[in-house]
Design a protein around this ligand. Structure first.
Ligand code: T4K
Length: 414
């Protein structure tokens, strides 16, 4: 890392400087728990020669997650996308399901994969979550459910969604991929709706390498999901249901069990990083950090900035390009919105007309590195770069508009 203070735009890597960081800083760098404990467990499972198919570590992991969340059932899976596909099928969703477009594409794909139409609903400008006031006008005779996404770990308006689902006799599921360890009105996310789905992918603050889980209090649904994730087997040679292979393996489970032992440390690090970003970005005009309700439990795993170009004078995309050149791999989650990705943009080319907030926020939000892989000095440097860019925006904008040949080769096309 460059130790000097950045004071002139010339020092920016996108022009003639060297990158602020020698190594790339990623969004979603995995947190690793205690290595020795992990390796001991891996040795144990190798000795035992039980690698997958509802092994003892998967069972222990499921019980630990269920206890932590306060639900009756946790069914661990190979990833959250398959978990979503299975719970959607097990809950009997067909026809049309209302979802936000402003999410990772897996939420929509899990429906479309089984030929259920995702009907994209707009989001609230403050919470970035599905806007309950927009839902009812999208309900048709073909609608069978709603999937809310607790984006960035901030809960949906669960009360409003529950009320709509009950009044219209719809199933209510939650994509809680971001929300493990978070609460809503003091109750852990995971226990709402008919079921919720966590992701434990490597890029989540708590990971099982790849992995996910369905959590639910519904006994019948849980039984169905357990069958479906194991080809429909109800015993040796006895298949009683259509199924697939959604099983979590033992190595993933021990990664999870080990990670659970460090969960509070991961959250404390995320919280510290969030507070530092909040403090160091506070007075930069047009740069707004998305905040969390500190009265709720929260994992603080996403550092999300909203860029108001009329104040910063540089666009979100230009800022991301500048940071990328410095080896800060800021991401434009969730650009451009599912409705602008295939196959949805071909199926529904005018969907954006009903999604003004989604369209607005996909051009304004960006995500910065956090987690145990990022230190305080690095965060300070990232904030310093952002401050330099905004305070010298006119000069920078003019230089960015110059022909590419006058920029250094470090410049990355957005
Ligand atoms: N619903 C929602 C709302 C979700 O956000 C997601 C997943 C899902 C459902 C589906 O869950 P899973 O089926 O994946 O369990 C990443 C993740 O792949 C994805 O899991 C996640 N959301 C999404 C938000 O982010 P990409 O395409 O941005 O990943 P990628 O490969 O660019 O990695 C992100 C950064 O992390 C990179 O800069 C590199 C770094 N990284 C990544 C991996 C895998 C590492 O440093 N080490 C690693 O091992 O989607």
């Amino acid at each position: 890392m460059k130790l000097t203070q950045l004071t002139a735009t010339n020092e920016l890597a996108i022009f003639s400087g060297s990158p602020a960081f020698e190594q790339k800083l990623h969004v979603g760098r995995p947190n690793i728990g205690k290595r020795e404990a992990l390796l001991d467990r891996i040795n144990d499972l190798l000795d035992r020669r039980w690698l997958t198919n509802n092994g003892p570590y998967v069972q222990e992991f499921e019980q630990s997650i269920a206890d932590k969340v306060g639900v009756k059932h946790c069914i661990a899976m190979c990833n959250a996308t398959v978990a979503l596909e299975i719970v959607i099928r097990a809950a009997g969703l067909t026809g049309e399901v209302i979802v936000p477009s402003f999410t990772f594409v897996a939420t929509a794909h899990a429906l479309q994969w089984q030929e259920i139409t995702p009907v994209f609903c707009d989001i609230d400008s403050q919470t970035h979550n599905i806007n309950p006031s927009q839902i009812e006008r999208m309900i048709t005779p073909r609608t069978t459910g709603i999937i809310g996404v607790h984006l960035w770990g901030r809960s949906c308006d669960i009360d409003a969604l529950t009320d709509i689902a009950q009044r219209h006799n719809l199933k209510l599921l939650f994509d809680a991929a971001h929300a493990f360890g978070c609460s809503y009105q003091g109750k852990m996310i995971g226990s709402f709706g008919n079921a919720e789905v966590f992701s434990f992918h490597a890029t989540k603050f708590f990971n099982t390498l790849e992995g996910g889980a369905v959590v639910t209090n519904d006994d019948e649904l849980a039984t169905k999901i357990r069958l479906m994730k194991n080809f429909g087997f109800a015993g040796y040679d006895k298949v009683i249901y259509l199924g697939t292979n959604g099983k979590m393996n033992e190595v993933s489970a021990v990664m999870g069990l080990t990670g659970l032992e460090s969960l509070e440390e991961f959250i404390a690090t995320n919280y510290r990083n969030y507070q530092q970003y909040k403090q160091e970005l506070a007075d930069i005009p047009g740069v707004q950090l998305t905040t969390y309700d500190e009265t709720e439990k929260c994992n603080y795993q996403y550092i999300i900035l909203e860029i108001e170009e009329c104040l910063t004078q540089v666009s979100r995309d230009q800022l991301v390009e500048i940071l990328n050149a410095e080896n800060v791999l800021a991401r434009r989650y969730f650009f451009p919105g599912c409705h602008r990705m295939e196959p949805y943009r071909s199926y529904y080319p005018h969907a954006g007309l009903l999604l003004p907030e989604t369209e607005r926020l996909t051009t304004r939000l960006m995500s910065l590195p956090t987690g145990t892989g990022v230190g305080a000095a690095e965060i300070s440097k990232i904030c310093q770069i952002i401050r330099l860019v905004v305070t010298h925006s006119s000069e920078i904008k003019a230089r960015l508009l110059q022909p590419v040949a006058t920029k250094t080769p470090t410049a990355i096309a957005s």
